[in-house]
Design a protein around this ligand. Structure first.
Ligand code: HSE
Length: 427
């Protein structure tokens, strides 16, 4: 008996999966006793299928796959929450097992997807939705199952990690480094999902849901991106013993789940501080295992196809053995999301201000009035005449008070000349 696969989406990752099936089908049979057969391939045009030698399996209508009674498993590699939502939900309604790489779908409609899977008695696997080729969902669901996870910290967006690395190494300004990332094909023409942190927010929502057994959706994640970061921030942080990373963080607190994405200062002594370029890493702390780090390529045809095919093989094995879905939805608890305003941490705040008497004194008075204690203040030049960077490092302060300081200072006439840069410190 073979497990028949219907693949929807023949782009970079889909093509990588077709290649792996063609190359390793016999190995899979020999090593695992699992025979998978690519039965149908769907895309808008036949180009991808033809390029990978499976033009004869092509259809442009995904319904040909979900309505085919002989297909056991649908692989959705279209992405997004539009047609991909219909493909996944229709496949589940038709009783097909599903493997997807779709972080946006799982982070926004996970509850619906799992409910449909449970109703149909089939499996949904989504390892490739976070961290590309890095195994992290399966370890959280299986290998680390005996732990109470206290935190998950991730560098889960390769584009922004590349940009921050280049800014740090070469002192390149934000616009130049974004243009370079686009030239190299890391950043999209519209880089919003990456640079504004939404891609990382979807990924940490997925990881937090699994780690804490409680549903976390993308809208629960307080999200800030890297648009405000300039080389001066990286240099100043480095001189203080920190690296700046776009960190996706999820902590289990007594009062609930603290989950956020923002530029973060990490001590240079921490392993995550040394994850550079497009690489990703996820740092998980559990009560039994202690600290563990998962590292690797977060994107690309090979890594993503590796994760997708791992799921395909595992689900196929269950289908062959007639095993009912082993791990479905794990969100059994309903932990509250801790409001961002309650966060207490140290802050790096950079303001571009006019270089004149009284500016520092005015700012210091605003900090004091909102009960934010300052640890240090630095003044650094800018390229603009008569404007300087005023950098404040705070002692531990409450996010709500920092917000009040930012609102008051930015609301003053002739005081703050550009959007302030906020970097939170994770010690
Ligand atoms: N755009 C993502 C990144 C890869 O830059 O890491 C896809 O998840």
């Amino acid at each position: 008996m073979s497990v028949r696969i219907g693949l929807v989406g023949t782009g970079t990752v889909g093509g990588g999966c077709i290649d792996i099936i063609q190359k390793h089908r016999d190995d899979f049979k020999r090593h695992y006793g699992v025979d998978i057969e690519l039965a149908r391939v769907c895309s808008r045009t036949p180009k991808g299928a033809e390029a990978h030698g499976v033009g004869h399996l092509f259809t442009s209508d995904y319904k040909d796959i979900v309505n085919d009674p002989d297909i056991d498993l649908v692989v959705e590699l279209v992405g997004g929450t539009g047609i991909a939502h219909d493909i996944v939900c229709d496949a589940l309604r038709a009783g097909k097992n599903v493997v997807t790489a779709n972080k946006a779908l799982m982070a926004t409609a996970g509850e619906e997807v799992f409910a449909l899977a449970e109703e149909a008695g089939v499996e949904v696997a989504f390892e490739a939705s976070v961290g590309g080729g890095i195994p992290i969902i399966d370890p959280l669901k299986h290998s680390l199952i005996s732990n109470e996870i206290s935190s998950v910290l991730g560098i889960v967006n390769g584009t922004t990690n590349y940009m921050l690395t280049r800014m740090n190494e070469d002192g390149m300004p934000y616009d130049a480094v974004l243009a370079e990332a686009q030239e190299k094909g890391y950043a999209e023409a519209d880089p919003t999902a990456d640079v504004d942190g939404f891609d990382a927010a979807a990924k940490i929502a997925i990881l937090a849901s699994i780690a804490f057994n409680s549903r976390v959706s993308m809208s629960d994640v307080s999200t800030e991106g890297i648009r405000g970061i300039q080389p001066v921030d990286l240099k100043t942080a480095h001189n203080m013993g920190y690296a700046v990373k776009l960190l996706a963080l999820a902590h289990r607190l007594p009062e609930g789940i603290d989950v956020r994405v923002h530029p973060t200062m990490i001590p240079l002594s921490h392993q995550l501080a040394h994850v550079n370029g497009v690489d990703n890493a996820i740092y998980v702390t559990g009560d039994a295992v202690g600290e563990t780090m998962f590292f690797g390529a977060g994107a690309g045809a090979g890594p993503a196809a590796s994760a997708v095919m791992g799921d395909v093989l595992e689900v196929s094995r269950h289908i062959m053995l007639g095993v009912p879905p082993i791990v479905g939805c794990t969100c059994t608890d309903e932990l509250p999301i801790v409001p961002m305003g309650n966060l207490e941490t140290r802050y790096y705040l950079r303001f571009v201000v006019p270089d004149r008497a009284g500016v520092l004194a005015t700012a210091a008075e605003v900090f004091a009035r909102h009960d934010v204690s300052l640890r240090s203040v630095m003044q650094k030049g800018t390229r603009q005449r008569d404007a300087v960077n005023l950098i404040f490092i705070t002692h531990t302060a409450r996010e709500a008070n920092i917000r009040a300081v930012l609102d008051e200072l930015t609301g003053m006439d002739d005081m703050v000349l550009a959007d302030p840069t906020v970097i939170r410190v994770e010690d």
